[in-house]
Design a protein around this ligand. Structure first.
Ligand SMILES: NC(=O)c1ccc[n+]([C@@H]2O[C@H](COP(=O)([O-])OP(=O)(O)OC[C@H]3O[C@@H](n4cnc5c(N)ncnc54)[C@H](OP(=O)(O)O)[C@@H]3O)[C@@H](O)[C@H]2O)c1
Length: 300
């Protein structure tokens, strides 16, 4: 039987590259790369989709720098809107099939008391950008485009893996700060989850192989930055007692852009676990897996 052909965008990135690494013997992957494959170029998207003629598209590609995106707030000509919204519009209009999976984020929700998380798969993201970051709003609008065309959403949150030199994730970024002696106080009252990238890749494989469509989540249970990072540092045999804690509620009183710091974030996974007959690990087990795969304190 011939393999399912999957066009993967953003395959050089933190998450997409691991999907390719783990499942390249499983699927017939086509992985065009920026700038030869630029989502902001509508003509190019039509040409690539016509030439490749994939069975499925998994769209990891995005402008992902949240701070840089905030500097573009309100600018629909800016690179973040162009890649994250117009790019998705171009790609979905070129690909007429519903077999389109959009990788999305909990940041399509505000993460504040106007609509607190953790969010279930059936929770509807807001229709206004009021309480969102500009990045969250671009991803929110992209979800809308994909859903209007019958495509699938897979939301993830703080994706983590044991190794990836090109980009630090939430845990490896914190460990780098720890060994550099630059660790900032960590919030004990901010609700977050992490997503084990290997489980994101497995979830995508399940969605494709079972021909499933809808909204899915991949995440651990909830924790806080302070609980998570002190646990990882401790598990790696280093001194976690030097890490200070802080209150995000107090911190937000000093900020002019509170949307940038969701307090009540997180994703629930019950419906995804039922629909795909899968199970997502607790955050402690994810840390255990990562350490088993060689996660360690970086060299100074
Ligand atoms: N990382 C997170 O914390 C996080 C959390 C939740 C959701 N997500 C979502 O997960 C997905 C993957 O994130 P990631 O962290 O793996 O991203 P990443 O490492 O920043 O990689 C982004 C990828 O998108 C490509 N890209 C950017 N602009 C493009 C364009 N105009 N045309 C074509 N390709 C373009 C990049 O190509 P180049 O390398 O050539 O620039 C790269 O391959 C994104 O959709 C993101 O929104 C990420």
């Amino acid at each position: 039987m011939s393999k399912i052909k999957v066009l993967v965008t953003g395959a050089s990135g933190l998450v997409g590259s691991r999907f390719i690494e783990l499942f390249s013997t499983h699927f017939d992957f086509v992985t065009p790369n920026y700038p030869e494959f630029d989502m902001t170029n509508a003509v190019q998207m039509h040409e690539v989709v016509e030439k490749v003629n994939p069975d499925w598209i998994v769209n990891f590609a995005a402008f992902t720098d949240v701070n840089a995106t905030e500097l573009q707030a309100g600018d629909e000509n800016g690179p973040a809107w162009q890649a994250n919204v117009e790019g998705v519009r171009h790609l979905t209009s070129a690909f007429k099939s519903p077999n389109f999976i959009q990788i999305s984020t909990d940041m399509v929700f505000p993460g504040d008391l106007s609509q607190p998380g953790p969010y279930s798969e059936t929770e509807v993201p807001p229709e206004t950008k009021e309480n969102l970051t500009w990045y969250g709003w671009t991803k929110n609008r992209a979800e809308k485009i994909v859903q209007e065309r019958g495509g699938t959403i897979l939301r993830i949150i703080y994706p983590v893996r044991a190794h990836f030199d090109s980009k630090l994730d939430y845990l490896r970024g914190a460990l780098q700060k720890y060994v550099n002696g630059q660790m900032y106080p960590l919030f004990f009252d901010q609700q977050i989850c992490i997503a084990f990238i290997d489980q994101i890749a497995e979830t995508l494989t399940k969605i494709i192989e079972t021909d499933s469509h809808g909204v899915f989540h991949c995440a651990s249970d909830t924790t806080t930055p302070y609980e998570l990072i002190t646990y990882v540092v401790d598990q790696l045999g280093a001194d976690a007692s030097i890490i200070k804690s802080a209150s995000i509620a107090e911190f937000l009183k000093t900020q002019t852009n509170p949307n940038r710091y969701p307090v009540w974030g997180g994703l629930k996974v019950v419906l995804t676990e039922e629909a795909l007959e899968t199970h997502f690990s607790t955050w402690q087990t994810v840390v255990e897996y990562l350490i088993g795969q060689g996660l360690s304190l970086p060299k100074v």
